[in-house]
Design a protein around this ligand. Structure first.
Ligand SMILES: [Zn+2]
Length: 316
């Protein structure tokens, strides 16, 4: 299949020093991909900065200005010590969102079958009016809003397998049914950000279109796949998405230093393969996956390389 790969040195310019979310993550991925045959078939694409109008589909204009001004003023952090700023942060964040938008448009319009966006900063914790959890702009939410509002899609599925709850994405869409948000994550009583209980199911017209499946610490492939195959996939099939976006964080891996889960690459692969199959059945394969967390270089690069080979493999 024709799989797009969006990345760029501009994502390295968000300099967080020794913070776990650092440029070395993307360098590790690039290093691993260079060794693997998978890169031969990828369509490499460079990002462009998202426009202010695109970002404000999700974030308040005042907040966007605040991020820009904080960077220009040389502030060292935004909203919390978790969100470090450097001179390159604002441009990197705009390009991460722009890459997601371009990937979604290229797939929706058939120039690519699917795509992976290797960007940073990540996005799924970013809220309408503030930065959170290493995230400034919610890349995935911005792309989903574009698909529904500009391209007229009526059913977009966002599945978030990052070990942390995608609070920003949920809050962006929990009142809507044209975007189904589903997150599988370590139980909120045991991990940041402390939201994502099973009882959070959406509100108003969006009731039933938020699906949270918190997992007990130390869950592994078996526990994840039971929930994924028995609870989530049937719900996703019934929704019949016209487009699938994956918030692909690989920090539920057993080697990850930030959480307490025991997933292996095989567990992530099984979810990826089944999401790809669902996309083929439901929407001609339209799927965009975007990097969120994942902080062990080896586990991260191994999982991303495998994720990419599954995305680009021809269907049997
Ligand atoms: Zn995470």
């Amino acid at each position: 299949m024709k799989t797009g790969f969006y990345s760029d040195p501009i994502f390295l310019a968000h300099d967080t020093g020794g913070h776990p979310e650092n440029a070395g993550r993307l360098e590790a991925i690039a290093g691993r991909l260079a060794e693997e045959a998978v890169t031969e078939k990828l369509e490499f694409r460079a990002p462009r900065p998202a426009t202010r109008e695109e970002i404000t589909a999700i974030h308040d204009a005042d907040y966007v200005r605040q991020v820009e001004e904080a960077v220009l003023a040389g502030q060292s952090q935004l909203d919390s010590p978790d969100c470090i700023l450097s001179p390159g942060t604002y441009e990197a964040a705009l390009n991460a969102a722009g890459a997601l938008i371009d990937a979604a448009v290229d797939v929706e319009e058939g120039r690519l079958d699917n795509a992976f966006v290797a960007c940073r900063p990540p996005g799924h914790h970013a809220e309408q009016t503030h930065a959170m959890g290493f995230c400034y702009f919610n890349n995935v939410a911005i792309a989903a809003a574009m698909l529904t509002e500009k391209m007229g899609l009526e059913r977009v599925l966002i599945f978030d397998f990052d070990v942390h709850h995608g609070n920003g994405t949920q809050h962006s869409f929990e009142h809507r049914k044209d975007i189904l948000f589903s997150s599988i994550h370590q139980h909120p009583l045991t991990l940041y950000p402390g939201t994502g209980f099973a009882e959070e199911k959406g509100r108003g017209e969006g009731a039933g279109y938020t699906i949270n499946t918190p997992m007990a610490p130390h869950s592994g492939d078996k526990e994840y796949l039971e929930v994924f195959e028995q609870v989530l996939l049937p719900a996703f099939r019934e929704y019949a998405p016209q487009f699938i976006i994956i918030s692909a964080g690989f920090d539920a891996h057993r080697d990850d230093p930030l959480a307490m889960m025991n997933l292996t690459r095989e567990g992530f692969d099984a979810m990826t393969a089944q999401l790809k199959q669902l996309a083929l059945e439901s929407c001609g394969g339209k799927l965009v996956s975007a990097l969120e967390g994942g902080y062990d270089y080896n586990a991260l690069s191994d999982c991303v390389a495998s994720h990419l080979s599954l995305l680009q493999a021809d269907p049997e």
